[in-house]
Design a protein. Structure first.
Ligand SMILES: [Zn+2]
Length: 426
């Protein structure tokens, strides 16, 4: 006997959820859902009410992450999971994060409407505090779910706007500092995690494709406090050969690294390099002065660990070369970063096959931004991601996702969450 068709996600419900989320979080400029604050909590409350109205199971862990579960036939089998974050940056957009939770709810609602039971539990997670603009910590919610945070240190973190501790905000959301960060998820109970998210760059827009199958999440090397130090001097009186010009040194350094980037990209390597902030010292700099110092921020990302290592070595080499040439000192300062997260090859292949079978135009794409899916992948759980086309980027009120694109992404997600039921055109 062939299994019945996979139920279609409830896109009407998704539209209502997006509208209500927007209404609840308008701030006059954009959307604000503050982590462990009123905005994020209102989003969690909305998803809880929706889950209850669909007779789905609701659970909340010590970190105040939310889990909505559609019970399967075999409750002892590992579940499949989806989800994303429900917080946003200040004056952000309505879809970054929320789209992943809404898509999961639409899939579960589709099963309920069809009166069918999946072979195993399917869970949608509403992750807390993914946007590190509120609390300076990457993947706070998802790491907390796996018991992988230093709870005492994290509870003491001040929120960037209020200055109050996470412990204080947590208590307001009904949480208990005593259970914060306790492990709730265990990797061997999760068969797979697939996150749907809007694309935050222009790749799908430029390709004219509604969805992308994510191959991996780029890791990063960051130098937030690099500096070139030379000597302040009179702009008219000091000849080229006697200068120790920090701005010129920074420019030469950036140009050299840019050439390295072009060469590596031409060789087929995945790499993006950003010098997002360059600052001379306003207390000393002047129109008629050779700059004696400059602060440089560097953010280097790649899917390939070996590329990150190679570029890191290049940064040191170019810095030494330019220091010599421009007679300045380079100090790269503290290095931070994160490891790349590779998506599961079987899930990538399944998503690509399902897109083909369903007539959904899709391409493979690397994720430049970090996502909670990285934490699941790093815990050894087979992990995948679906990107939905979105115009005008994210982290701003102008995010523009088309509901038709979202519906295609949600259909792919439905297949990813119940891979034993074959994809078939409707
Ligand atoms: Zn996001």
């Amino acid at each position: 006997m062939t299994p019945p068709s996979l139920p279609l996600p409830d896109i009407t419900l998704a539209g209502t959820l997006f509208d209500t989320l927007r209404q609840n979080s308008l701030d006059g400029t954009g959307i604000t859902r503050d982590s462990y604050g009123k905005g994020e909590q209102a989003a969690h409350d909305l998803i809880i009410r929706t889950a209850q109205s669909l007779d789905l199971e609701v659970a909340i862990d010590g970190t105040r992450n939310l889990y909505v579960t559609l019970p399967g036939v075999d409750r002892s089998a590992p579940c499949t999971m989806t989800g994303s974050h429900l917080d946003s940056v200040p004056a952000g957009g309505n879809y970054d994060g929320a789209a992943g939770v809404v898509a999961g709810m639409a899939v579960l609602a589709g099963w309920r409407a069809a009166g069918l039971t999946p072979p195993h539990d399917m869970t949608v997670m509403g992750v807390r505090a993914e946007e590190s603009t509120w609390f300076p910590y990457s993947y706070l919610g998802s790491k907390g779910a796996f018991g992988q945070i230093d709870s005492a240190a994290v509870l003491a973190l001040p929120r960037s706007d209020t200055g109050r501790s996470l412990a204080s905000h947590l208590t307001e959301c009904g949480g208990d500092p005593a259970t914060f960060g306790q492990a709730w998820l265990s990797p061997d109970r999760i068969a797979r995690f697939v996150e749907l998210h809007i694309e935050q760059g222009p790749v799908l827009i430029e390709a004219g494709l509604p969805v992308g199958v994510v191959t991996g999440i780029r890791g990063a090397i960051r130098y937030r406090d690099a500096r070139a130090v030379g000597t302040y001097a009179h702009s008219g009186a000091v000849p080229r050969r006697s200068r120790h010009d920090a701005v010129r040194a920074a420019a030469l350094f950036i140009a050299a690294i840019d050439q390295d980037w072009e060469r590596l990209e031409d060789a087929g390597r995945d790499l993006v390099i950003t010098f997002g902030k360059l600052s001379t010292n306003p207390a000393q700099h002047a129109f008629s002065k050779v700059a004696g110092e400059i602060d440089i921020c560097m953010d280097i990302r790649s899917l390939e660990p070996e590329t990150l290592i190679e570029v890191d070595a290049l940064l040191a080499r170019r810095a030494a070369e330019i220091a010599d040439r421009a007679r300045v000192q380079f100090v790269l300062g503290e290095r931070t970063g994160s490891a790349p997260a590779v998506m599961d090859v079987a899930i990538i292949a399944q998503l690509s096959d399902a897109a083909k079978a369903l007539g959904i135009p899709a391409m493979r794409i690397a994720s430049g931004a970090g996502h909670d899916a990285a934490v699941f992948a790093q815990n050894g759980i087979p992990t995948g991601m679906i990107f939905v086309r979105n115009d005008r980027g994210s982290h701003n009120p102008e995010e523009a996702m088309d509901m038709n694109d979202f519906a295609m992404g949600a259909r792919l997600l439905a297949h990813a969450l119940c891979p034993s039921w074959p994809a078939r055109p409707e």
